[in-house]
Ligand binder design. Sequence first.
Ligand SMILES: Nc1ncnc2c1ncn2[C@@H]1O[C@H](COP(=O)(O)OP(=O)(O)OP(=O)(O)O)[C@@H](O)[C@H]1O
Ligand SMILES: [Mg+2]
Length: 286
Amino acid sequence: MGIVFSKVAFAYYRPRKKQSVRFVLEDIDLNIETTNEFIALVGHTGSGKSTLVQMMNALLLPTEGKLELLGKTVTPTLKLKPIREKIGLVFQFPEYQVFEETVAKEIAFGPKNFGMKDLEQRAKEAAEVMGITGLLDRSPFTLSGGQLRKVAIASILATNPDVLILDEPTVGLDPLGKDDLLKFLKNLNEAMNKTIIVITHDMEVASKYAKRIIVLNQGRIVYNGDKKTLFAMDDLLEKYNLNYPNSVKILRQMEAKFGVGLDVNQHSVSDAYAEIVKKFGETDEQ
Ligand SMILES: Nc1ncnc2c1ncn2[C@@H]1O[C@H](COP(=O)(O)OP(=O)(O)OP(=O)(O)O)[C@@H](O)[C@H]1O
Ligand SMILES: [Mg+2]
């Protein structure tokens, strides 16, 4: 009952001659649960990440193959509201998503559309979470890119979906805002069992927060699994030109220099530090 892609391909245009179709996604087999997942979707620019997530709330329909959302096969006649209420998507370019005259109305638009009650309260709470209560009376069209992104995220939070998909949510946020947002998403995942799917170019984000990483390359999934395995796959990372997280990089360099048997696969600064203390502490005591 999650998000299930079976042999899905997608093309933006379908010309008359079938052989000239340019698929931007091909051979997609993917299974995502609606609870407890924290997935980072990574891959080069143009690899198909935004296209893939737009299929996850049926904004785009498969050209080939089968897509099931919440147990229902996606067809052009499928009722989409119940799906979009449960699977919320924040676009890569939030300006495409904005059309109300105040931020408060903008945030309340989703809940209103889904027939929810307590619109003002919902908008206020979501704005508080995103630290934008001061903007509620402003026109969204006067906001900066980062502020607008926060509004777009708040508008999804206000509908309280089971699955939150965020297309490059940290772009335009300052480092503190970025960290706060990711910690908030982590908490939604851990305390409320929400599924979080984040598109990011930032391997730090992927390594620190995600439980599962999906790598797209030229429209195909080339890795789908846990991060420990991915960051140990030197060939794959090199082949697709993906960065190691900084914590892994520094530990690899230290291991190359000192050869003390560091477990280089640490995905946060604090874990890397603990590993260094562990090994160098042991060395000191000998
Ligand atoms: N509306 C569209 N019409 C036609 N082609 C499109 C459209 N949107 C995207 N594409 C093409 O589809 C391919 C995948 O694009 P997509 O935006 O999904 O990539 P992405 O991985 O999200 O890239 P980025 O990291 O730059 O956001 C690209 O070749 C892109 O040019
Ligand atoms: Mg994109």
